[in-house]
Ligand binder design. Structure first.
Ligand SMILES: NC(=O)c1ccc[n+]([C@@H]2O[C@H](COP(=O)([O-])OP(=O)(O)OC[C@H]3O[C@@H](n4cnc5c(N)ncnc54)[C@H](O)[C@@H]3O)[C@@H](O)[C@H]2O)c1
Ligand SMILES: O=c1ccn([C@@H]2O[C@H](COP(=O)(O)OP(=O)(O)O[C@H]3O[C@H](CO)[C@H](O)[C@H](O)[C@H]3O)[C@@H](O)[C@H]2O)c(=O)[nH]1
Length: 327
């Protein structure tokens, strides 16, 4: 059985849906701080618990003694907020994750798939980024995730923990069947915010910075469909079940798109014109993050199936269904 921590959130719920489709046994553990109860099907075991509460964790592993693997999505994940409120990030992303690891070991659960991030690399010195690229994060969020990679490595040496750290680039897109999608409150991510303009919910998208060292001056990111991420998690679980080993893998498309590229693609897919306001840079944003996923392909046989147009199209269908259209 797989315990999915943070399984009511954006990436977690898409992964839960995929795992269920594969016929796997799953239990979801989530405190619903940023997740949504309705994102987890009602027939799936759901524990409303908080990582900060050791009793909640103990209860999870005691109630479901056949858990052999954990997939850990639960964290705070806003780069800008982490600069303003680092304490909140170190508490939830590091300290509470240590509670999770300790509880796993108490209950003899040794396998974990961990949500890491390209934010652990900081400013890239080579592009695309491979896994051995220096990890020098430039914001507290990225530092929390790098610390957890290092802590898991220490736990592996000392206690026999096996981990796969999946360093996602920018997760985006929605369920192909449009049942679930991206829904963060407040929303800070680029694509849903542009779609808010497309449906008339907001007037314009602010473009954070126009003098980055990139061809059009705006930030470049590598957008990866959430369904592709779900598939990678499933493969990572299989890897851990047969290998007593650790992996650190990038998950990206290997293609970079600037903020202006994304706005243009949204205009093409939706047929709506998007107003933009050139604004100040956001603290903690590196200019360019593009990942090489060659290692994930070699080891897990994983490669992304969905491209930017699929990402924007599925996001658009979900966004219209969930948030409606007034324009
Ligand atoms: N969204 C991205 O582009 C992206 C990129 C790289 C890495 N990540 C990482 O992927 C993971 C999932 O991201 P997401 O966008 O789905 O976020 P999300 O906020 O939608 O999901 C996180 C889930 O964890 C739960 N949670 C948080 N703290 C908890 C706690 N203490 N106890 C129990 N549950 C708790 C929340 O309620 C939520 O359901 C995060 O770890 C994030 O850092 C995300
Ligand atoms: O209103 C906005 C929102 C975003 N952006 C820009 O769009 C790009 C993408 O921003 P997102 O907020 O959508 O995503 P991030 O790149 O900041 O963050 C994502 O990737 C990070 C890794 O860099 C983390 O893992 C994080 O969890 C995940 O949300 C950035 O250049 C950002 O400056 C804007 O111009 N205007």
């Amino acid at each position: 059985m797989i315990a999915v921590i943070g399984g009511a959130g954006y990436i977690g719920s898409h992964t839960v849906k995929y795992l269920i489709q594969q016929g796997r046994k799953v239990v979801v553990f989530d405190n619903l701080s940023t997740g949504h109860r309705e994102f987890v099907p009602s027939h799936i075991p759901f524990v409303n618990g908080d990582l900060a509460n050791k009793n909640d964790l103990n209860q999870l592993f005691k109630s479901y003694p056949d858990i052999d693997t954990v997939i850990h999505f639960a964290a705070f994940a806003y780069v800008g907020e982490s600069v303003q409120q680092p304490s909140k990030y170190y508490q939830n992303n590091v300290i509470n994750t240590i509670y999770l690891l300790d509880s796993m070991l108490d209950h003899k659960v040794k396998n974990i798939v961990f949500s890491s991030t390209c934010a652990t690399y900081g400013n890239s010195v080579v592009s695309p980024i491979k896994e051995d690229h220096p990890q020098i994060p430039i914001n507290p969020y990225g530092r929390t995730k790098l610390m957890m990679e290092q802590i898991m490595e220490d736990y592996s040496h000392a206690y026999g923990l096996n981990y796969v750290a999946l360093r996602y680039f920018n997760a985006a897109g929605a369920d192909i069947e449009c049942e679930i999608g991206e829904w963060h409150e407040p929303e800070t991510h680029l694509i849903p915010l542009i779609l808010d303009v497309a449906i008339g919910k907001s007037e314009a998208i602010s473009v954070f910075g126009s003098d980055f060292d990139t061809p059009d001056g705006t930030c470049i990111r590598d957008y990866i469909h959430v369904a592709d991420l779900a598939d990678a998690h499933s493969r990572a679980v299989d890897y851990l079940l047969v290998n007593s080993d650790n992996l650190k893998l990038n998950l990206g498309n290997g293609e970079g798109y600037s903020v202006l590229d994304i706005i243009k693609t949204v205009e093409e897919v939706t047929g709506k014109s998007i107003n933009k306001i050139m604004s100040e840079k956001r603290a903690g944003d590196p200019a360019r993050l593009i990942g090489s996923a060659e290692k994930a392909k070699q080891i897990l046989g994983w490669y992304p199936q969905l491209k930017l147009e699929d990402i924007i199209t599925t996001s658009w269908l979900w966004h219209m269904k969930k948030f409606g259209g007034t324009k």
